[in-house]
Design a protein around this ligand. Structure first.
Ligand SMILES: CC(C)(COP(=O)(O)OP(=O)(O)OC[C@H]1O[C@@H](n2cnc3c(N)ncnc32)[C@H](O)[C@@H]1OP(=O)(O)O)[C@@H](O)C(=O)NCCC(=O)NCCS
Length: 175
């Protein structure tokens, strides 16, 4: 899946190799906040690297999709709850959020972002340690096409003019 690169899970003693994805907020998180976040158990970061540099990184945070985010019984059933076997819809479903995702500027449009999404789908379906029905992401407007191309949908229209849009992928579609 990540041919030619090494995949590691960030540890407190990891030496982070140079990285820029062109977005200072995303670059900054890797160098300034990822280890603190690991220590505080608020996110776990994965890094793809070669001998010289960080090729890409992303992180995961526990999340949920909840009825209150739609606030409409019919839409909740149509978009979310109808996919499940249980007759009575739950008021929320467990999810994992991709908190940050960045690909090095020299390696964009080579399918790495897509490979990371495929890896994430497999990671939370195969031998999953906890119940997890959705992947969520607060997608920057400029990255929406990546997620749309990989099967993610908008949860609501309320954030259509926002800096980010909440998008979700239903892991139930992977059997
Ligand atoms: C967004 C980002 C992660 C995409 O990574 P990537 O490895 O280039 O993505 P892929 O090569 O898998 O792209 C898959 C598809 O997504 C779409 N896409 C990706 N980047 C795009 C861009 N800048 N503009 C328009 N479409 C884009 C295209 O449809 C692309 O398919 P194509 O290359 O066959 O046309 C990367 O550009 C990045 O790090 N951006 C800066 C940080 C950021 O915005 N992160 C997202 C936070 S939510």
């Amino acid at each position: 899946m990540f041919e030619g690169f090494e995949l590691i899970r960030l540890a407190l003693d990891t030496e982070i190799k140079p990285f820029t994805c062109g977005d200072s907020e995303i670059d900054g998180f890797l160098f300034d906040d990822a280890k603190t976040s690991l220590k505080d158990r608020t996110s776990v970061t994965y890094i793809l690297q070669d001998a010289e540099k960080t090729i890409a990184y992303w992180n995961y945070i526990n999340d949920k999709i909840s009825y209150t985010q739609l606030n409409n019984e019919e839409k909740w059933y149509d978009r979310i709850a109808s996919a499940f076997t249980k007759d009575i819809p739950l008021r929320s479903y467990p999810a994992v959020k991709i908190g940050r995702l960045g690909v090095h500027i020299d390696h964009k449009r080579q399918g790495i972002g897509t490979a990371i999404l495929d890896y994430t789908k497999a990671l939370f379906v195969d031998n999953n340690r906890t119940g997890c029905a959705f992947i969520t992401v607060d997608a920057f407007q400029k990255s929406i096409s990546l997620y749309e191309k990989n099967g993610f949908s908008f949860l609501s229209n309320a954030d259509r003019k926002g800096k980010t849009r909440l998008m979700y992928y239903n892991l139930e579609s992977i059997k």
